[in-house]
Every structure is written in C-alpha cells, then in structure tokens.
Design a protein around this ligand. Structure first.
Ligand SMILES: *[C@@H]1O[C@H](CO)[C@@H](O)[C@H](O)[C@H]1NC(C)=O
Ligand SMILES: *[C@@H]1O[C@H](CO)[C@@H](O)[C@H](O)[C@H]1NC(C)=O
Ligand SMILES: *[C@@H]1O[C@H](CO)[C@@H](O)[C@H](O)[C@H]1NC(C)=O
Ligand SMILES: *[C@@H]1O[C@H](CO)[C@@H](O)[C@H](O)[C@H]1NC(C)=O
Ligand SMILES: *[C@@H]1O[C@H](CO)[C@@H](O)[C@H](O)[C@H]1NC(C)=O
Ligand SMILES: *[C@@H]1O[C@H](CO)[C@@H](O)[C@H](O)[C@H]1NC(C)=O
Ligand SMILES: *[C@@H]1O[C@H](CO)[C@@H](O)[C@H](O)[C@H]1NC(C)=O
Ligand SMILES: *[C@@H]1O[C@H](CO)[C@@H](O)[C@H](O)[C@H]1NC(C)=O
Length: 323
C-alpha cells in the first residue's frame, strides 16, 4: 500500500505511524503528527517543524582538501526521492532509502551543499549544510628591527601568510613560555589572506636573549576539529649590546642596544658632552659587550674602541651575528 505520490498525506501519516513499531499506536501517531504531518494548507514550503531531514555532522569544518562524509537522514521513509545537491553538479537521486551519504572534497573555498527530499510531487524539503574550509598559514614569522636602542618602543611584526578564515583567527604572542598578548583578528575571509600583527616592545636590558614567538590558532565551535589547528613562528631572539662610555678610566654613560640581525650590522651611538676647559685632553672610549641572555657564552664578548680625545662619536663594527 505504498504508492508514493498517489497516497494522500493522511494515509502516509497513518501508514508511517504503524511502521514506527514498538511504541503504542497512539503515541506514534501523536509524535508523528507533531514532527511530520503538515496541516491541510501545506504547500511546497517546508517548515522547520515539518522538515524530516537531519544532517550528520550538522556542520562541516574541515581543512582544505580534506574529504568528509556527511549523512542526510530522513525520519520518514516514504518519499519520491532524496539527493544531495553540491554546487551546480547534477544530483544523484535515490528512491526508497532513509539516508544518503555525501563524500565531500573540500577543494573549493566556497562550497555549498544541500540535501533535498521530495515527499510527493508538491512537497519538497531541503537542508543546507554549513561548510567552513580552513587553512593554516604557509608561513608564520616574527620580524623586528635590526637594532633597538634602550628605552625606545619598537614594533615586532607577526607575518601570517595564506590563512583562512580570519573570523576564527586568534593570535597569541609569547615571550619565552609566557603569553604576553592575545589578539583577535577582525575581518572575515573565505579564501586565504595575509595578516600582519604588531606587538610593541620596549628595548631594555631584559630584552637580551628573550625569545618572542607568535602563534596562530583557528578557533571553531563545537563542530570544529578535535584539536585546535595551530601554527607557531620560529622564535625571534633579541641580542643585547651593552655600550659603556668611558672618560679616562671612569664610566660616564651606559646604553643598551637590542636587535636580532642575523648578519652583522653597523650601529652608531652618540654621547653628548659639554665643551669646556676640563674637556681638553680628556680621553673618551666606548666599550661594547654582547649580552646573549642566560644561554649565551660565559665570558661576555667585549670590544673596546681606541681612545678619542675630545670627540663625541663612537662607532663600532662587530655586532650581533649569533642566532
Ligand atoms: C502532496 O501532499 C500534500 C499535502 O498533504 C497534498 O495536498 C498533495 O495533494 C500531495 N500531492 C500529490 C501529488 O499527491
Ligand atoms: C504556502 O503556505 C504558506 C503558509 O501556509 C503561505 O504563506 C504561502 O503563501 C504558500 N505558498 C504558496 C506558493 O502557495
Ligand atoms: C550514515 O547513516 C547510516 C544509517 O544511520 C549509517 O549506517 C552509516 O554508517 C552512516 N554513514 C556515515 C558516514 O556516517
Ligand atoms: C567552487 O564552487 C562554486 C560554487 O559552487 C563554483 O561556482 C566554483 O566554480 C567552484 N570553483 C571551483 C574551482 O571548482
Ligand atoms: C616558564 O618557564 C619557567 C622556567 O623555565 C618556569 O619556572 C615557569 O613555570 C614556566 N611558566 C609556564 C607558564 O610554563
Ligand atoms: C600573501 O603573501 C604572499 C607572499 O608574500 C604573496 O605571494 C601572496 O600573493 C599574498 N596573498 C594575498 C592574498 O595578498
Ligand atoms: C683612574 O686613574 C687615576 C689617575 O690615573 C687614578 O688615580 C685612579 O685611581 C683611577 N681610578 C680607577 C677607578 O681606576
Ligand atoms: C659596515 O661598515 C663597513 C665599513 O664602513 C662597511 O664595509 C660594511 O659594508 C658596513 N656593513 C653594513 C651591514 O652596512
């Protein structure tokens, strides 16, 4: 007595209620009416309450190029056909089944898929599958100035290349093993984009040997991957130069210079002195010490300039090349 479209709604409901089995007929009919039987004015629209389709998983969040399986199940076996529609592709229609499984390859940034059921010639229900395709960045790196002079603020920039979606991106800055800042990125994206974020640091004694990293996380809700997709930059390590100015055998000024240059750089520092009688014949020297933090060499590499008489400029060449 199952003849698809020739069966009236009332009959379909009654038949289904019997098929439901173990439960008492009264309960079954009642339950079925609540969930399935449209009122008499039902037309081709399918309300949330009458939609017999369930998607499992209800939402797809997957890495680009992943293949996921999605089940579309109908709570109701009597229908003309059910099928998945993905993009513009022609669907494969199935009859007399209670579920259709879709193997979905996430190789398109803007995929759309929906499951359809034709209950009879005039009632069609569908359910859209929410799809999020994510990609961890190809590169995460921290760049900072070659040279930083004590007491001044400088930007460290976290460059993130080819990541999506921005709306789920969370960036954490670490100094050593400690989180020093968390940035939530604004904006949205579907296809991969580049992002640069800045952390301001103040150059100072304590910067020497400090490791800075930035870490990218893609945070999704309950339907997200089991482990938070994460990518971390290699550390940016600032070396410190301690520059001591001597007048004769006396230290008159100490300055700290930080930086991360991997290749040698040239730095010039200036000591201002007031011209006066006492300056005549005074010998000025500057001494440079390379401070590499707790893991640096035990004896601090030191270079001293030859003395200058009444000059105020100090230049030195050998510099941080120690990464
Ligand atoms: C489909 O079901 C609706 C709702 O009960 C009914 O009004 C309509 O006549 C049915 N169409 C066909 C072709 O059976
Ligand atoms: C379908 O039914 C709804 C609610 O009963 C009504 O608002 C809508 O206009 C109807 N649509 C058509 C195409 O008949
Ligand atoms: C889809 O659902 C059917 C019926 O519940 C089940 O047998 C099958 O294993 C499911 N497939 C997947 C991929 O979940
Ligand atoms: C991705 O999907 C969209 C929407 O279905 C379609 O228009 C587009 O052509 C697809 N792109 C590729 C590369 O398949
Ligand atoms: C970071 O490392 C230091 C020393 O290695 C340790 O004492 C501290 O507990 C660590 N902190 C965290 C948050 O792991
Ligand atoms: C991101 O940066 C990479 C490398 O600099 C570049 O090749 C790519 O075109 C950029 N992508 C966008 C969307 O700007
Ligand atoms: C600095 O030099 C002067 C004269 O050469 C000497 O008297 C003095 O003890 C020295 N001071 C130190 C700290 O070495
Ligand atoms: C540093 O100065 C020396 C001497 O003037 C020069 O040969 C060298 O190229 C400079 N290095 C850099 C990185 O500018």
């Amino acid at each position: 007595f199952y003849t698809k479209s020739h069966v009236s709604w009332f009959m379909i409901c009654a038949v289904h209620a019997q098929v439901l089995g173990n439960e008492s007929p009264v309960n079954s009919v009642f339950k079925f009416k609540l969930s399935m039987c449209p009122s008499t004015e039902a037309n081709s629209t399918c309300t949330t309450e009458t939609n017999p389709l369930t998607l499992d998983p209800p939402e797809v969040i997957g890495r680009y190029d992943d293949i996921v399986m999605v089940n579309c199940t109908t709570s109701y076996d009597f229908h003309d056909k059910m099928y998945w529609k993905v993009g513009q592709a022609d669907p494969i229609e199935e009859e007399e089944i209670s579920f259709v499984t879709l193997p979905l390859t996430l190789s398109n940034w803007s995929l759309n898929a929906k499951c359809n059921i034709n209950i009879n010639d005039s009632i069609e229900c569908s359910k859209n599958l929410e799809i999020t395709v994510y990609k961890l960045p190809d590169v995460v790196s921290v760049v900072g100035p070659d040279v930083m002079v004590e007491g001044t603020e400088y930007p460290l920039v976290c460059d993130i290349i080819n990541v999506t979606p921005l709306q789920n991106l969370n960036v954490k800055w670490y100094r050593g093993n400690e989180t020093v800042h968390t940035q939530i990125v604004s904006g949205t994206s579907v296809t991969p984009v580049n992002v640069s974020l800045t952390l301001m640091v103040t150059a100072g004694r304590d910067l020497g040997g400090a490791h800075f990293r930035c870490e990218v996380e893609l945070i999704f809700g309950a339907n997200g991957p089991e482990f938070i997709p994460t990518a971390t930059s290699s550390p940016y390590t600032a070396a410190n130069l301690k520059v001591k100015w001597y007048r004769g055998n006396e230290t008159v000024h100490t300055q700290m210079v930080s930086g991360t240059s991997v290749t040698p750089v040239n730095v010039s520092l200036t000591l201002m002195v007031t011209a006066g009688r006492d300056l005549a014949g005074a010998h000025f020297r500057c001494e440079v010490q390379l401070h590499l933090g707790p893991n640096g060499p035990e004896s601090i590499p030191t270079v001293t300039s030859s003395p200058y008489t009444a000059a105020v400029h100090c230049e030195f060449l050998p510099i941080f090349s120690l990464m």
